[in-house]
Design a protein around this ligand. Structure first.
Ligand SMILES: Cc1cc2nc3c(=O)[nH]c(=O)nc-3n(C[C@H](O)[C@H](O)[C@H](O)COP(=O)(O)OP(=O)(O)OC[C@H]3O[C@@H](n4cnc5c(N)ncnc54)[C@H](O)[C@@H]3O)c2cc1C
Ligand code: SF4
Length: 460
């Protein structure tokens, strides 16, 4: 299958090898046969999309990959990418009975990816049944995992879905943020092509939904209410947060999410002249970007204001970054980015305790890390203001969209939401689970509402 979206070659991400390559059939069957097919399986309880894990693994063992993929995709339409990007160590595999016995858990993520890729590569009738067209229309704002799950499930119910994304490439952070040694942008785009093929789904890439449109490429949020039976807000998060320290403006300093996006999809991006980098932060994004830079041959210091034990990032990701060459500089607070002739030459840091700088008077309290690049990974802002264009939709004190947790519905009866813009930033699989929940609720709600004949006739 060729990539459906324009993605040029010559991207830095192409230089990364997969850390967990696709299984061959014999390997998959051997691994599947290790599964104990537990009753009341703990791995299923740990999966946010409740995939029947022993069920799909058993089908791999008996050579029924189509059946296996169907089991996975019924529960999680992004089963292929979740097989690659899910932190299984803290989800399904972390709960596998083998783990509790101190033994190697079943490689659930690898088996999942194998089953879906093998099934989709084979010709045959559609894997998932699609109902006849209903004439109902739903708009999804954002083309990240949350919206893609909504779109796919509603398309299977026969509804027409239009997805708007302000970026030229769909997939949100699954395409533009996930570490390339887990999954590359074109792999995410192939999966999206399959989701779009599930039914009547249209992607309007490069169109931002805004409160007050000012020109081409923008559409008014409130206009969606008139045109569609329901609206789903899968807005994700906003721009990288900044440190607010001297020297931060200018070349040689980048926000982590912005930097990773360029590394993944910008052709010809070169890191020439970058030998040493400081990555500031202690979450998974900081660990990812540190790991990626280390794999590109850069000497990386991961600068965190607290101790290793207090890092929000996963221990296994820190270990992975460390093994590939990144080193942790804990208990340091960035004070200033030093420049010579505009070029970054160093990062001045203060020693810290409990996240706070030690008193300046201590001679040893400050030091300079010589670096050519500083990547700031201290979080992302919110992109949820547009949600307020819908009467009744509320944001909480942290700027997250407020929903009914049972349905994903907001305070507006025609508007649902889910994913990072609701949870403040989590995982692909939780965004998919949110999308699935919202799709169920939207389907029930629009079925309960009579169709508006005049508008349907106008559509032809
Ligand atoms: C660097 C990084 C690495 C990650 N790695 C992993 C990983 O390995 N495994 C994992 O499970 N999770 C990972 N995550 C988290 C995961 O990617 C997110 O939780 C997930 O993508 C959230 O999905 P979403 O649909 O809510 O939002 P997003 O993926 O952010 O998608 C939101 C989309 O909405 C669009 N949008 C926003 N506002 C508008 C608007 N007004 N109009 C039109 N379009 C709009 C955006 O352009 C974007 O495409 C990572 C996150 C980051 C930052
Ligand atoms: S807990 Fe482990 S062994 Fe049991 S069903 Fe799940 S994957 Fe198989």
């Amino acid at each position: 299958m060729t990539a459906p979206f324009p993605i040029p070659s010559g991207r830095l991400e192409e230089r990364f090898e997969e850390k967990s390559p696709l299984y061959q059939e014999a390997e998959a069957v051997a691994e599947a046969n290790r599964c104990l097919y537990c009753v009341d399986a703990p791995c299923v309880k740990a999966c946010p999309t409740s995939i029947d894990i022993p069920g799909f693994i058993r089908k791999i063992g008996t050579g029924n990959v189509r059946g296996s993929a169907r089991t996975i995709l019924t529960a999680n339409l992004l089963g292929q990418s979740c097989g690659q990007v899910c932190p299984v160590e803290v989800l399904c595999a972390g709960s596998c009975v083998y783990t509790t016995w101190g033994r190697e858990p079943i490689r659930i993520g690898k088996l999942q990816r194998y089953a879906v890729e093998a099934a989709l590569a084979k010709d045959g009738p559609p894997l998932l049944p699609r109902k006849p067209p209903t004439g109902r229309r739903v708009a999804c704002v954002g083309a990240g995992p949350a919206s893609l799950a909504v779109a796919g499930y509603l398309a299977l119910e026969g509804h027409r879905v239009e997805i708007f994304d302000r970026k030229p490439l769909p997939g949100g952070l699954n395409t533009l943020g996930v570490a390339p040694y887990k999954m590359k942008a074109d792999q995410s785009l192939h999966e999206i092509q399959w989701i779009l093929s599930l039914g009547d789904v249209a992607l309007r890439a490069g169109v931002a939904v805004v409160t007050e449109p000012k020109g081409e490429g923008e559409i008014a949020a409130r206009a969606l209410l008139a045109e569609y039976d329901a609206v789903f807000l899968g807005l994700g998060l906003g721009d990288d947060s900044r440190l607010g320290i001297p020297g931060e403006q200018g070349a040689g300093v980048a926000g982590a999410v912005d930097f990773i996006e360029r590394l993944k999809v910008e052709p010809g991006l070169a890191l020439s002249g970058v030998q040493r980098a400081a990555v500031i932060g202690g979450g998974n994004t900081a660990l990812d970007v540190a790991h990626e830079l280390a794999l590109l041959g850069v000497d990386v210091a991961l600068v965190y204001r607290r101790s290793r034990a207090e890092m929000a990032g996963y221990a296994h990701e820190l270990e992975g970054a460390r093994v590939d060459g990144a080193h942790l500089v804990e208990n340091r607070i960035p004070l200033e980015i030093l420049r010579e002739g505009g070029r970054v030459t160093g990062l001045k840091v203060a020693r810290a305790e409990g996240g706070k700088a030690l008193p300046h008077l201590e001679a040893r309290a400050e030091e300079i890390l010589p670096v050519d690049l500083v990547v700031v990974a201290i979080g992302q802002s919110r992109a949820t203001q547009v949600a307020l264009a819908f009467d009744g939709v509320a944001l909480d004190a942290k700027g997250r969209v407020v929903i009914d947790p049972a349905t994903g519905r907001t305070g507006h009866s025609k508007v649902w939401s889910g994913g990072d813009c609701v949870n403040g930033g989590d995982l692909v699989v939780t965004a998919v689970a949110d999308g699935k929940r919202a799709a169920r609720s939207i389907h029930a709600a629009i079925h309960a509402t009579p169709e508006r004949p005049a508008e349907r006739q106008a559509e032809g």
